[in-house]
Design a protein around this ligand. Structure first.
Ligand SMILES: [Zn+2]
Length: 346
């Protein structure tokens, strides 16, 4: 089935309205001070991997403007920088490397700074010796990051929300991937994290029990895709990850039914990386949903949501689910995982 010029034009318009929304939030101090590195990464990746030249140019120029603002706000990596701040520096380096810009001196500074931290500090667990942690809490509302195993905050006594193993593993995949792409290594490698894939299978079957748990499992799988295809750069062969491919496909219709644009966006771009075409019924269904559900302000998701990160991330994933990619062939960003995948397929 071929698309009419009208459909293509409306998709492009919708993507640009989404990018405008994120850029407006990036222009606020709340948005930029808290999520600047993530937003730079958003625009850099859209700029580096989109097929449409006008989307690419718009996103690249915005990534660069935001990166200049970031350098003004963070002219130096402070000697007492927290693990989170160091990882934000890494994310900005990764984003800019995707636009062809490198800063050898700053990368060296980051390499020195990151050595002060253990894998436990940076990832929440040590993948060299243990599977992804299932006793790690999210940062408390009071701001404290509590030690593993605590169920109540040490500072304010509030009950803590525990992260699922999937969520911890997803974060570790992403952090080790982007660091290594910049030549920045610390106590654990991407492969140390990736090797736990068999420990997180099988994936949950349905959302009957716990939707959040299912969503975390799906995000973990989309991040297998993103790290193995370097965030929208390469196509992956479904035969490399047959269970993951099937799991993602099985969750498109339920995500539409649950009106979960954030998840749907990630499902669609991951499935496209596996080679599903725009004319595939699942891609068509998801695309129709996203085009129909865009908010007046250009965003996706709940317009009353107060969390800026959620507002931006939902809109970002919807854009990624809709846009076309300039794939650079079918390959794994790390060819060394191929033998592991083969072994686990048995
Ligand atoms: Zn607290």
């Amino acid at each position: 089935m071929t698309k009419s010029p009208d459909q293509i034009a409306s998709k492009e318009k919708s993507i640009k309205r989404g990018l405008d929304f994120i850029y407006r939030l990036a222009g606020t101090s709340d948005g930029f001070d808290n999520y600047g590195s993530l937003l730079i990464c958003c625009f850099a990746l859209v700029g580096a991997t989109s097929r449409d030249a006008s989307v690419r140019q718009l996103a690249r120029s915005r990534a660069q403007k935001l990166a200049q603002r970031w350098s003004r706000l963070h002219p130096l990596l402070p000697p007492d920088a927290s693990p989170d701040l160091v990882l934000n520096f890494v994310l900005v380096r990764y984003a800019l490397s995707r636009l062809g810009s490198r800063d050898v001196a700053l990368n060296a500074e980051i390499r020195t700074a990151i050595k002060r931290f253990s894998a436990q500090d940076l990832l929440g667990f040590d993948p060299v010796i243990e599977p992804p942690a299932n006793d790690l809490s999210y940062r408390c509302d009071c701001g404290l990051k509590n030690q593993r195993g605590r169920t109540f905050c040490k500072q304010c006594r509030r009950r803590l929300q525990i992260q699922s193993r999937y969520s911890v593993w997803m974060g570790a995949l992403a952090k080790t991937h982007v660091s290594e792409r910049c030549g920045i290594h610390f106590g654990a490698r991407y492969l140390d994290v990736f090797k736990w894939l068999p420990a997180v299978r099988p994936y949950p079957l349905g959302a009957d029990e716990n939707v959040e748990y299912l969503r975390d499992a799906i995000y973990a799988v989309t991040h297998i895709v993103y790290t193995l295809n370097d965030y929208g750069t390469y196509r992956l062969r479904p035969g490399w990850l047959p269970r993951e491919f099937a799991f993602l496909k099985a969750n498109v219709a339920p995500a539409c039914e649950r009106k979960d644009a954030e998840l749907l966006g990630e499902l669609l771009d991951s499935l496209r990386a596996f080679g599903l075409r725009a004319s595939h019924p699942l891609i068509m269904r998801g695309t129709r949903y996203l085009l129909a559900e865009q908010n007046e302000d250009g965003s996706w998701g709940d317009p009353d949501e107060e969390n800026i990160r959620t507002r931006c991330h939902t809109t970002w994933t919807a854009i990624d689910g809709l846009r076309s990619y300039a794939w650079r062939g079918q390959r794994l960003s790390r060819p060394e995982v191929k033998s592991m995948l083969k072994q686990w397929a048995r």
